[in-house]
Write a protein that binds this ligand. Structure first.
Ligand SMILES: [Mn+2]
Length: 297
């Protein structure tokens, strides 16, 4: 099936003739789902995200014009053996001159992303906004330390301080995660907290914590959303965030030193409507809009 776009790649923001140094964002696909524990399919996300990005308009929902923001789509990094190939991701992230937007893939690909960001901002305080139904704080899962359930645990080992981590949307737990969750100093905002206190209040609290950091990376697992709106994901968890919660939280990050985004666990084959792909695209464009608004100020 060929689908002609109504716009060009990334809602016309992609500049095929410019390098990362000359653009605001680098987009990199990582079509890998070999470390997903339940259902696979996330390897197909970069392709579908790019395809439908041609139907985006260069505007955010609040009518911020995005056309002064530029994107360099660097294509995919292919992973065959994560033990060795994850290094390609770490290296790329560590040496980029602009802001990376990475398209998973299962969440395991964020392990080398964290490692690369840690390297790039090595003398700085790197904070993380972790949007996910799951903490991914297992030491090992399914026999692997690179599992998509061990991502944030590895991140902490790379030197991200637990008190610089805000986790939003949590609602599923493993026993081996409990010590860090309860005594480790990470900031936990469950999906129930967001429903009860409201996304705005939660976002204010997150910003108050992360504004102390020199650099903030957002890791966005699509399963933080309720499966009613984003069913195309490996491990859907009932009782998630609403679309509006997510957009409110993203928009509220304005003013923070944002240095990267990954959007992971979108599994297109598990959602024939492709609403989950479109949710991912919205998150990417609204992330770009935060920078666009900042620039206009
Ligand atoms: Mn998850």
């Amino acid at each position: 099936m060929t689908i002609e776009g109504t716009h060009n790649l990334w809602g016309d923001l992609h500049r095929p003739n410019l390098t990362p140094k000359e653009t605001d964002f680098s987009i990199i696909g990582i079509p890998y789902d070999g470390l997903a524990s339940a259902r696979k399919g996330a390897a197909l996300a970069p392709e579908r995200l790019r395809l439908w990005s041609r139907h985006l308009t260069p505007f955010s929902e609040d009518r911020t014009r995005l056309n002064n923001m530029t994107v360099c789509d660097l294509g995919d990094i292919n992973i065959v053996n994560p033990e060795t190939d994850f290094n390609l991701i770490r290296q790329r992230v560590a040496t980029l001159p602009n802001i990376p937007i990475l398209l998973g893939g299962d969440h395991s690909v964020t392990i080398p992303i964290f490692e690369g960001q840690r390297e790039r901002y090595k003398d700085k305080r790197l904070g993380v906004l972790w949007m996910d139904a799951h903490p991914d704080l297992c030491d090992e899962f399914d026999g692997s330390r690179l599992s998509h359930a061990a991502v944030l645990r590895r991140g902490i080992e790379f030197g991200i301080e637990p008190h610089d981590i805000c986790m939003v949307g949590l609602r599923s737990w493993e026993e081996q995660e409990m010590d860090i969750i309860e005594n480790g100093g990470v900031h936990v905002y469950t999906a129930a907290d967001v429903a009860e206190r409201g996304a705005k209040k939660i976002a204010e609290s997150v910003v108050n914590i992360l504004k102390e950091c020199d650099a903030v990376h957002i890791s966005f697992d699509i399963d933080c959303l309720d499966p009613a709106v984003a069913p195309g994901t490996g491990v859907p968890e009932f009782g998630g965030l609403t679309s509006r919660d997510v957009l409110t939280i993203l928009k509220s990050m304005q003013g923070l030193p944002l240095v990267g985004l990954d959007v992971v666990e979108i599994a297109p084959p598990l959602d024939p409507s492709e609403s989950t792909v479109f949710a991912g695209l919205k998150i990417i464009m609204e992330y770009i809009a935060v920078s666009a608004r900042q620039r206009q100020k």
